[in-house]
Design a protein around this ligand. Structure first.
Ligand SMILES: Nc1nc2c(ncn2[C@@H]2O[C@H](COP(=O)(O)OP(=O)(O)OP(=O)(O)O)[C@@H](O)[C@H]2O)c(=O)[nH]1
Ligand SMILES: [Mg+2]
Length: 427
């Protein structure tokens, strides 16, 4: 199985549809009223945790996700269709971060837990909506809101109840394959396991708990020796650890201490976690040595088991004990601080820039000004006045004046081109 536990994706919500300017044309109605429909809302982008996913691997092949735009409003008061929201499935245990701020914006720890990461733009209102007693025939509409586009870091921290810890070749994978239905690769050489495996252990009561088998750890792992210690993040959320020791090695106690030192270098919190010690491979050592090791380890840890993952000796005992401890020990409180995420819903694009293209020509560029220009017909004085009013409210003219605009200068916004006169526009 391929595995990926950290990746970057780009999400883009849907643009809102534009409103419409239209008029009722009925056979016996002399002068119809405004009948331009609203634009539809653009699609949201959500991330949703799915227990059937176990890796972020899929995002290696597809990393850009775009929701559909809302439909533009139509004539006869027809509103544009709302676009479908986009749901991106991620594994349970995915932490979502905003690339710009580095903040965690979600920690998806439950199946079907979801988070909105990019809200679709609202649809613009059609001219039917602007009808007032003072103006029964408004000739303008609104553009739809823009999409939100952002980059996110996805980081997977598996959710398991129990983590298996130990040196390479200690028998972690053999052990998980005995107590659960997990079928990891087992071999007589170190670093057989390269990616974490999860296995569900069923208790006699019927419910189960999840065990994580991770790659072996060695001295110097925190400095990158062996496979490093990065994968330890996958046991950070465990209730406790089972430390598997190869009793056929020369110095089992020394090995145990080395691993615990590395654990502490990775995370103090992880080092504080309760451990059950499993002295493995007892089929390969004699009874005296077993008792000797048991005595030594009892001085180090409260709960020590002599087992053989291969023959199954005492495996049921430790499995039963693990089940009891799962019930006793609470899940650690997540240390991921989830921050508010205004960027997910902020469709505001009113920022603009003005550049002087020639001696007497100014070009205004900005999301909102360009969208407004897109729904403004320069031959329609009412639309032009509304456009001008909105630009005034946004501070565009103030800025132009500060840049030394003179009467008669040309102002260009998107497809529109105007001559500037004092504080009034003429098309
Ligand atoms: N004799 C004996 N051999 C065992 C026992 N448990 C595991 N082994 C052997 O030890 C070797 C390593 O076992 P694995 O389960 O792959 O060890 P691991 O801890 O997962 O190793 P890495 O994935 O490399 O970290 C294999 O050859 C196993 O057959 C045991 O109880 N007795
Ligand atoms: Mg293994």
């Amino acid at each position: 199985m391929q595995f990926l536990d950290k990746t970057k994706i780009r999400v883009v919500s849907g643009r809102g549809g534009n409103g419409m300017v239209a008029w009722r044309r009925e056979k016996y109605v002399d002068k119809g009223g405004p009948a331009g429909g609203d634009g539809g809302k653009g699609g949201d982008v959500w991330l949703v945790a799915d227990e059937n996913m176990s890796t972020l691997m899929d995002f290696k092949y597809k990393s850009v996700f775009k929701a559909e735009s809302g439909e533009n409003g139509g004539i006869k008061n027809c509103h544009g269709h709302w676009a479908k929201d986009l749901y991106i499935k991620v594994p349970v245990g995915t932490v979502v971060r905003d690339v710009k701020t580095g903040n965690a914006i979600a920690d998806l720890v439950e199946h079907e837990q979801k988070v909105l990461v990019a809200k679709g733009g609202r649809g613009g209102r059609g001219n039917a909506r602007f009808s007032t007693p003072q103006n029964r025939a408004p000739q303008y509409c609104e553009p739809g809101e823009p999409p939100i586009e952002r980059e996110l870091i996805l980081e997977l921290k598996l959710i398991a109840d129990v983590g298996l810890l130990g040196m390479p070749n200690a028998g972690k994978s053999t052990f998980i394959s005995r107590i659960s239905s997990a079928k990891p690769k087992i071999a007589d050489y170190p670093f057989t396991t390269l990616v974490p495996n999860l296995g569900v252990v069923h208790k006699p009561s019927g419910d189960g708990f999840v065990v994580a088998d991770i790659p072996g750890l060695i001295e110097g792992a925190s400095e990158g020796v062996g496979l490093g210690h990065e994968f330890l993040r996958h046991v950070e959320r465990c209730r406790f650890l089972v430390h598997i020791i190869d009793t056929t090695e020369e110095d089992p106690v020394g090995n145990y201490e080395k691993i615990n030192t590395e654990l502490g270098k990775h995370s103090e919190k992880l080092a504080q976690l309760y451990q059950i010690v499993a002295l493995n491979k007892i089929d390969a050592i004699d009874k005296d040595r077993q008792q000797e090791l048991l005595t030594q380890f009892k001085k180090k840890a409260p709960d020590v088991f002599l087992i053989s993952a291969v023959t199954g000796e005492n495996v049921d005992d430790i499995k039963y004990f693990m089940g009891q401890k799962v019930d006793e020990i609470e899940k650690p409180v997540s240390d991921i601080i989830v921050e508010d995420d205004p960027a997910a819903t902020d469709n505001d694009d009113s920022a603009f820039e003005i550049s002087k293209a020639a001696k007497d020509t100014f070009i205004i560029v900005g999301g909102k000004v360009n969208r407004l220009a897109g729904v403004t017909d320069e031959r329609n004085p009412e639309q032009v006045i509304r456009f001008q009013n909105i630009l005034t409210g946004m501070g565009v003219f103030e800025k132009l004046k500060s840049m030394g605009v003179k009467d008669g200068d040309t102002i260009i916004v998107g497809k529109l081109e105007f001559a500037y006169y004092d504080d009034e526009f003429y098309g």
